[in-house]
Design a protein around this ligand. Structure first.
Ligand code: ADP
Ligand code: MG
Length: 553
């Protein structure tokens, strides 16, 4: 037997789990079942792709066995299993970027932190919310030896050789006081249905069922094993058979997000390619949205068999907040991450999926503008990244993004701005380069105010890069007020008379400023301020120059 200590982060996490008054301890079951489901997916994949496992009799199932008296619950699967090394590294360290992220976000405020647990789900360790001792007995597929991992969730764990008839993992929980409410078959069934109903594998519960014996006039207990979940690939059913509740439940079980999604788009394509997609937009942007190591949330299935998830090739990066499922009839089961990128079938599905998601969003923007604002509040910025990166869908994305403006409170879209253009106005204008309050008081806006022309306030740090590449929207030029060249809309103001009288003054200013400026000109783009700095049309704007300089160029 060997005794090992937890990695520091694990201890930290466990402390938190045990001491936080977390309000939904029931998620422990979702986490353990999803681990079992992952383990079954992995083994299924091996039996399909690896010759060494092809002859293995794969009988996928998850068994919950409840002992009400002893207050224990075991969760057993016939999945890939873990050997000694796996147990040490998977259940002794924090390998998941999500959990690391979770730890980095802790505030020290118990209430806030326990909410965070709910959002992240902290995987296997969440079981220590309900158990004061956990035993894991596991045998890895293709290996003979089995191992037992035991821990009280305090300082470390012990590993020793064990027995297990088949490959797979059994997690035995000894419930603590908080957990004893789950030593109850009703409660367990309720929690499984809530989170894990659509897990593709059957989940059985073995427990003592009380049944009324009419002859003896008393209730009797019999040990029974019943399937608890529906285990159906719900997305393959037709829309008309599904209720909103079905969709929401599936969302929760695949995303781990306790909140209802904002929208979902369910599509079945038949023809040259047969596939089903079901995409969800989370109500709140995933917490790792702006992390370099974000996790994606679309799972790839082939003929209802789970193939892989967290692939960055299923949807473009800017749609990384989308959750859901792609289920194809045409891909081979042994499709690998590496070949996904060049796979023609997947490329077509991906292209069609992006179009579908964007056109659905467009529909919502028109029909339910209030609801759409909830979406924009969370996802305006990724859409802008799309304008930058997805040339083919630029026009649609331009319709979808929203902006602050000098003319409206809140947010507005380019189509509306275009609709508000003044008679004879040629272009749509925007200003970039700083926080909102600075932009709103910029002298550059004076002439536009005076002429009552709307200017969009682009205060997001990526706006400059994104919109400097956008020349027009729906046939109308998009122009930055930061640039020097006077637009047609300001023409009558741009050639002030009397410049000759000002020539000596200009010469004097030029002499004083020297190399610091390219030119000094008389302009009537200002109404109240004496002067302002602008960029040459051909040159990168001032802010861009600052960025380039910061990057050492
Ligand atoms: P995650 O599932 O996000 O990776 P967890 O904390 O839930 O994080 O689990 C950690 C790791 O432990 C898993 O990635 C997996 O390798 C291993 N593991 C947990 N449960 C099982 C199981 N039932 N069968 C096989 N491996 C498991
Ligand atoms: Mg997990």
């Amino acid at each position: 037997m060997s005794k090992l200590e937890f990695q520091t982060e694990v201890s930290q996490l466990l402390q938190l789990i045990i001491h936080s008054l977390y309000s939904h301890p029931e998620i422990f079951l979702r986490e353990l079942i999803s681990n079992s489901s992952d383990a079954l997916d992995k083994l299924r994949h091996l039996t399909l792709t690896d010759d060494a496992f092809k002859t293995l009799a794969f009988n996928p199932r998850i068994d919950l066995v409840l002992d009400e008296e002893a207050k224990t619950l075991s969760i057993a699967d016939t999945g890939i299993g873990m050997n000694e090394e796996d147990l040490v590294s998977h259940l002794g360290t924090i390998a998941r970027s999500g959990t690391k992220k979770f730890l980095s976000q802790l505030s020290g405020d118990q209430k806030k932190d326990s909410n965070l647990i709910g959002q992240f789900g902290v995987g296997f360790y969440s079981a220590f919310m309900v158990a004061d001792k956990i035993e894991v007995i596991s045998r890895k597929a293709g290996e003979e030896a089995a191992w037992k991992w035991v821990s009280d969730g305090k300082t470390g764990f012990e590993i020793s050789p064990a027995e297990r008839a088949e490959a797979g993992t059994t997690v035995l929980l000894h419930f603590n006081e908080e957990g004893s409410q789950y030593a109850n078959s009703w409660r367990l069934q309720e929690v499984v249905k809530k989170y894990s109903n659509h897990i593709a594998f059957p989940i059985f519960l073995t427990y003592d069922k009380s049944e009324w014996n009419a002859e003896e006039k008393k209730s009797e207990k019999t040990r029974v094993t019943e399937q608890v979940n529906a285990a159906s690939a719900l997305w393959r059913r037709s829309k008309s058979e599904l209720t909103d509740e079905d969709y929401k439940e599936l969302y929760k079980s695949i995303s781990g997000d306790p909140q209802d999604p904002l929208f979902w788009f369910h599509t079945r394509a038949e023809g040259t390619l047969d596939y089903t997609t079901l995409f969800y937009i989370p109500a709140k942007a995933p917490l790792d949205l702006y992390q370099a190591e974000y996790k994606t949330g679309v799972k790839l299935y082939v003929k209802r068999v789970f193939i892989l998830d967290d692939s960055k090739d299923l949807l473009p990066q800017y749609l990384r907040f989308v959750r859901g499922i792609i289920d194809s009839e045409d891909l081979p089961l042994n499709v690998s991450r590496e070949i996904l990128q060049q796979n023609r079938v997947l490329t077509s599905i991906r292209t069609a999926s992006v179009k579908k998601i964007l056109s659905e969003l467009k529909g919502i923007a028109t029909k339910e503008p209030e609801k759409y604002l909830e979406f924009v509040k969370e996802y305006n910025r990724p859409l802008k990244e799309g304008i930058h990166g997805d040339y083919a869908n630029r026009e649609t994305l331009l319709e979808l993004v929203r902006f602050k403006s000098t003319k409206v409170d809140g947010l507005t879209g380019l189509a509306e701005v275009k609709g508000r253009m003044k008679d004879g106005q040629k272009s749509i204008y925007y200003i970039t380069g700083g926080p909102e309050n600075l932009l709103r008081t910029s002298p550059l806006l004076e002439i536009y105010k005076k002429k009552d022309i709307e200017v969009l306030i682009l205060d997001d740090d990526i706006d400059e890069i994104v919109f400097s590449q956008v020349e027009s929207f729906d046939g109308t030029d998009l122009k930055s007020v930061n640039k020097a060249s006077t637009s047609e809309d300001l023409k009558d103001e741009s050639e002030p008379e009397n410049t000759e009288a000002l020539a000596p003054l200009l010469a004097r200013i030029k002499l004083t400023l020297g190399d610091k400026v390219k030119d000094v000109r008389v302009s009537s783009r200002l109404a109240d301020s004496p002067s302002c700095i602008v960029s040459d049309e051909e040159e990168p704007s001032l802010q861009m120059q600052q960025m380039l300089r910061a990057m050492g160029q």
